[in-house]
Design a protein around this ligand. Structure first.
Ligand code: ADP
Ligand code: NI
Length: 210
């Protein structure tokens, strides 16, 4: 990476700290930092990819997401690119990756067409899985005022999000290593959900009378 590119990555990191530092729905600075780290792990088998584009896309991937609770003065991705004089081709490639990254984009039929995009997408999905994924789901649901579980299914509860989305991610992974890691993390989540449901069932049984 050139010195200029390194400076831009540091600026992106500062922006995430400023905008998402204390974000309460599981999209905080450390979520983004984990995505950057996971992307580096997933990129190891592909030394020819553009590490600068990948890292910049990962740092900026949640900056313009409307479901997120921002704080501080909000600088968007476009403004960031202008302020930091990011090369237009690079800016466009990064914006394309971010546009196609989310689960809702994939439901609209959008796909990551570059290896950099596929790796960034896998990294973000992995952070929605496993023990961290469980913690993030309940943080998100709590912040949106949802119940942990609603046995009557009258309201959307966080525990329903696992079947609705999180267990579908494994099949959508792009890279072989991403798939392996997603499989391991999903297995842990399945164990958690099975235990969760067992405990809900146990609590339905009336206590034995004394
Ligand atoms: P995406 O944009 O692809 O959804 P993000 O990283 O922005 O990916 O956010 C996904 C995270 O948000 C997941 O960890 C997930 O647990 C949480 N999340 C989103 N919707 C819900 C929901 N309805 N209930 C619980 N968690 C949710
Ligand atoms: Ni994310």
């Amino acid at each position: 990476m050139t010195q200029e590119q390194h400076k831009i990555i540091l600026a992106a990191q500062d922006l995430v700290r400023l905008n998402l530092g204390g974000e309460p729905t599981g999209h905080d600075f450390y979520h983004v930092q984990r995505v950057v780290g996971l992307a580096q792990t997933l990129a190891k088998p592909y030394p020819h990819i553009d590490g600068y584009i990948l890292t910049l896309a990962c740092w900026l991937h949640d900056i313009d997401d409307r479901k997120i609770v921002y704080h501080g003065a909000h600088v968007g991705v476009d403004e960031f690119m202008l302020l930091n004089r990011v090369d237009q081709t690079v800016a466009q490639r990064v914006k394309d990756i971010i546009d196609n990254l989310s689960y809702s984009s994939s439901l609209l039929g959008k796909k990551e067409t570059t290896l950099e995009g596929q790796i960034a997408q896998d990294a973000d999905r992995l952070d929605a899985l496993g023990a961290i994924g469980i913690a993030r789901a309940f943080a998100y649901g709590g912040n949106k005022g949802r119940l942990l579980v609603d046995p009557t299914h009258a309201t959307p509860a966080t525990v329903d999000h696992f079947a609705e989305k999180l267990f579908k991610l494994e099949a959508l992974m792009n890279t072989p290593l991403g798939k392996t890691m997603a499989h391991e993390r999903s297995a842990f989540m399945k164990h958690f959900i099975a235990t969760f449901e067992k405990e809900v069932d146990q609590s339905k049984t009336p206590l034995p009378s004394e």
